[in-house]
Design a protein around this ligand. Sequence first.
Ligand SMILES: N[C@@H](CCC(=O)N[C@@H](CS)C(=O)NCC(=O)O)C(=O)O
Length: 204
Amino acid sequence: MKLTFSPTSPFARKVRIAAIELGLIDRIELVTTSMVPGQFNETYSRDVNPLRKLPALILDDGTTLVDSEIIVEYLDELAGRKLFPAAGVARWRVKAEHAMTQGMLDAMLLCRYEKMLRPKEFYWSTWYDDQWERAWQGLAWFEARPEILTRPLDIVQIALVCVLGYADLRFADCGWRKAFPGLAAFNETMMTRESIKVSAPPAG
Ligand SMILES: N[C@@H](CCC(=O)N[C@@H](CS)C(=O)NCC(=O)O)C(=O)O
């Protein structure tokens, strides 16, 4: 299997952590890929993902899976379902919580692109602040639910570590540790895992 990957992508990091935790990382070749809005990559768009997003998992038979959640669910099925509950309310709760982390990352990425890519004269601070507030309120939502942070390892915790790592990488001064001590303690504990350590993004 091949995974399109960038060391700074929180979505790709999530898949990498999951693959390590599930014992599947040796079956995956990481294909470092750069994907930037505004830079049309025709080959990737045609052959991998017309939405031009990382990560994508290309199976040995050529099937391409896109979206980090779908990729992790696929790997989880291969490994015997360890990161997503198999059925029932527990499954839907975890998927809903995971959707929250997806939305937080989407909002943070939009903030990043707004600052990095948009010409200064078009910068819209109200929009930026609104996106950032969504991510921030997401952190507050998880801070208020310590039961999620302390249960056995699952996809939500992995995704949350990726959110926090991305906050450190791109929004280093945002002060999330001070505002959310429960998340800070959770992150410290998670950082003792090899999968989390080796996948940490390079300093931005
Ligand atoms: N929902 C997707 C989001 C993936 C995503 O936004 N990836 C970013 C990299 S971190 C990307 O490829 N951005 C390039 C672009 O939007 O042009 C997932 O979970 O995989």
